[in-house]
Design a protein. Structure first.
Length: 94
């Protein structure tokens, strides 16, 4: 083992959650993000995004916004399947 510290196992759920949240906040800085692993493989996910950026935006365009933000993770295979739920801060849980 290299280094002086003990090796730690990285929780893949925390890694993908952090990556998805960071990608979404690049275009929607106030986004509250919840990520759910649907199959245990960490590439079939459900994401719930709540942001003021969705105010006055149709459901289809909200999904397009999320897909656009997550395009890099789709392109490199980190996300294989994605279910999307969206809401504004004033709306109930999507």
């Amino acid at each position: 083992m290299a280094g002086t510290g003990a090796a730690r196992v990285v929780n893949p759920a925390l890694v993908i959650d952090t990556v998805i949240t960071a990608l979404l906040r690049e275009t929607m800085p106030d986004a509250a993000v919840e990520v759910y692993d649907l199959t245990g493989t960490m590439d079939h996910l459900e994401v719930f995004v709540r942001t003021k950026a969705f105010a006055g935006v149709s459901p289809l365009d909200r999904h397009r916004m999320v897909e656009r933000a997550l395009a890099p993770a789709r392109a490199d295979g980190r996300i294989h399947a994605l279910q999307i739920r969206t809401a504004t801060p004033e709306e109930p849980h999507g």
